[in-house]
Design a protein around this ligand. Structure first.
Ligand SMILES: [Ca+2]
Ligand SMILES: [Ca+2]
Length: 247
């Protein structure tokens, strides 16, 4: 018969609690190749049109990655391009959005380029990603904001969800402008289910001068409360161990 003192029972209970939480904290990331480090999109990502998307290498013409050595680079069609990109309706279809969604968010959407991945997540988990938008548009369209105001966005479609969020635009970055790598647009899934996540960039008004959206470090993490509870449990175990060592 093993006899445990009250303090050891507390330690034992805390470890059991931590053990019960651990599988959730370390759940596998449902996003595959979220850092684009394989150097290819197939079969993890769907890219459309494929000729306007590259798995760029850090240090090249498109700059450095956010993490690792590769990232996705989506560039809108430019004057003379054979490929014109997706029109509004084709973009709705590619992203799984209800018809008319792109038009109601971006009325001057001309042609765009998107990447998508289908993922199965738990409600409350968070989509995290890094993005960087830049443009070769030479005029800030501030007087007529819809004119040549190329922009980038993220979309989420799934159970009860038909969402588009703007990431950056020419009006924000200015002529020949760029953002830094940003991670300020996390998205929290409201319910368990399979969702299509999408990232896109489009030409506004005309297809003359292009803009580029870079994407990297796409991942889904458990809801913050679950992680915090796990850390709390770990903290209580460490605290007990520290107290035992002091005693
Ligand atoms: Ca990467
Ligand atoms: Ca443009």
């Amino acid at each position: 018969m093993i006899r445990l003192s009250p303090s050891k029972w507390s330690l034992f209970a805390a470890i059991l609690t931590l053990g019960a939480i651990t599988p959730t904290v370390h759940a596998a990331d449902p996003v595959v190749n979220g850092g684009f480090e394989t150097g290819t999109f197939n079969p993890d990502w769907t890219i459309n049109p494929s000729s306007l998307v590259t798995a760029a290498t850090t240090g090249g013409l498109l700059g450095n990655s956010y993490e690792g050595t590769r990232f996705a680079a989506l560039t809108t069609p430019a004057v003379g391009a054979v490929i014109t990109g997706l029109d509004k309706n084709s973009t709705d279809t590619a992203l799984g959005l209800t018809a008319g969604s792109i038009n109601s968010n971006f009325s001057n959407y001309n042609h765009g380029v998107v990447i998508t991945q289908d993922i199965t997540v738990s409600g409350g988990s968070q989509l995290l990603f890094a993005y960087k938008f830049s443009t070769l548009e030479t005029t800030i369209p501030i007087v007529r904001p819809s004119l040549r105001n190329d922009a980038a966005f993220v979309s989420i479609t799934g159970p009860g969800t038909n969402a588009i969020f703007a990431l950056a635009s020419v009006n924000q970055v200015g002529a020949l402008g760029t953002t830094a790598w940003l991670t300020d647009k996390p998205y929290t899934f409201t319910a368990d289910g399979t969702y299509k996540i999408g990232f896109g960039v489009f030409n506004s008004n005309d297809n003359i001068l292009p803009s580029t959206l870079r994407i990297d470090a796409v991942s889904v993490v458990p809801e913050p409360g679950v992680v915090a509870f796990g850390v709390l449990a770990a903290g209580s175990v460490l605290g007990l161990i520290a107290r035992r060592r002091r005693n």
